[in-house]
Design a protein around this ligand. Structure first.
Ligand SMILES: [Zn+2]
Length: 206
């Protein structure tokens, strides 16, 4: 009979049943161990995730501090740059800056009656009893003299021009709107006070 040859396999021998029981125990132990390790890993993961999230929060906080510091530094740098520029400009311009008062020399001419011929244009010369009429030598037959008047005038600085000459010397000109004048003009000579300006006029006459 075909089956009779394998009949002994139908009933499980005790050794095999014990083995299965043993294996089931082993499986249970492994399963428990796997579960334990997995739980531990999940806990580790959750802990790491929390640390990661905390780190993210900390990173964001530090980023905000860095950005704020960078903004402040930039503002500070620009302010310093602005101050340095305006200070530098002021020192180059001898303390002058836009909007401040400056004194300059303005000149105008006046016609004055000739002090020699008193407007007659001629002079009467007496020579050896005879009289001669000759053209006035002072006003050159004009009767009047052109007299230049130099005055210290107050103005407001509206701008400046800074240039370097070919020889390397700097040239500073201030654009000054003189009181009573219609438009501003460039000046190479300017003073901070009326007294300094008038002292300069005095020196010009020498
Ligand atoms: Zn004259």
């Amino acid at each position: 009979m075909y089956y009779s040859e394998y009949e002994h396999l139908i009933e499980m021998p005790d050794e095999i049943a014990n083995d299965i029981e043993f294996l089931t125990d082993i499986n249970g132990t492994i399963e428990a161990e796997v579960y334990k390790r997995l739980t531990s890993h999940i806990n580790d993961y959750n802990r790491d995730m929390k640390r990661f999230k905390d780190s993210q929060v900390e990173i964001e906080r530090l980023k905000a501090i860095i950005n704020q510091s960078a903004r402040e530094a930039k503002i500070k740098q620009e302010t310093v740059k602005k101050d340095a520029f305006s200070e530098g400009k002021k020192s180059v311009l001898g303390g002058f800056e836009k909007g401040c008062t400056a004194w300059v020399v303005r000149s105008r001419f006046e016609q004055e009656i000739c002090p020699k011929c008193h407007g007659d244009k001629t002079l009467t010369v007496k020579h050896e009893g005879s009289e001669m009429t000759v053209p006035c030598v002072v006003c050159k037959n004009n009767g009047s003299l052109t007299k230049w008047i130099y005055e210290a005038k107050q103005g407001v600085v509206e701008g400046f021009k800074y240039s370097i000459y070919g020889n390397g010397n700097p040239n500073i000109e201030l654009d000054i709107k003189v009181e009573g004048e219609r438009s501003s003009n460039m000046f190479q000579t300017f003073f901070s006070t009326k007294e300094l300006c008038e002292a300069h006029i005095k020196n010009m006459r020498k």
